[in-house]
Design a protein. Sequence first.
Length: 289
Amino acid sequence: MQSAKGTFLLRAAALCAVLVILSGCAILEQFLVPPRAPTARVDGVRMTDLTFEYVELTADITLSNPNSFALELARLAYAVDIDDARPVSGRSNRTVALAAEGDAHTELTVQLRYEDLFASASSLANRSETPYRLEMVPGFDVPVLGPVDIPLSWEGMIPVLRMPSVRFDGLSLESVSFLGAQIAIGFEISNPNAVSLNPDTMRFSFSIDGREITDGRLDDQASVSAESSARRTILVDLRFLETGDAVRRIIQGGGSIPYTFEGELAFGIDLPFLPITRIPFSLSGVTRF
């Protein structure tokens, strides 16, 4: 009779043989079962930032690996088409690991600069929004199959923004006292966008006949309607002792005087992500009164 020790050794050897066979089958399966191409889908594209310089889009992508071995996203090419133009294209080198028979999620962020959009698609100049098509091609290097690229696309709309502008619009005499006069500095705000503009604050430096004025107040902070212009004034008190002949010439009227109007206008606009924006301006010339 076999000893108990011998029986144990035989059973252990048999168990090891079974494990080796099973392990070998698992390894062999990787070579006998043909590898399959991974798949991908776009779950959505959202706007993640917006300024007067650019709009930022972020695509959410799900990657799936049907194989019994791990894979890695090797590359991610992209391009944006607007009308018949392709103003943006590039490639992301972000790597994403996919477990065997697993899924993984990744994001692709694309920034579209309005300067590039206007240069490549002149028709945008008269639009408040435009359709776009985002092309994405995630790529994998799969054993046996080699490079596998998966074309994806998404279509949507983006806002088209143009920076408002400020234009000087003359001086007018409001009132006169023994100490001086109050004048109104007129300027026009032009809003080319499809949403209203809300003036907030204004910092300025105004010079007439070489004398600088930096103290004044906006008389009206009402919104500027979409795709329109509005005249606003800054009321300024001038003292005879400080501005001398310039004030007397304005009171007498019928003349002209050189001016310089510089500063920035801060405003808000009714769109997501946009903080208070500042328009710098620098204007000079000769005005009549």
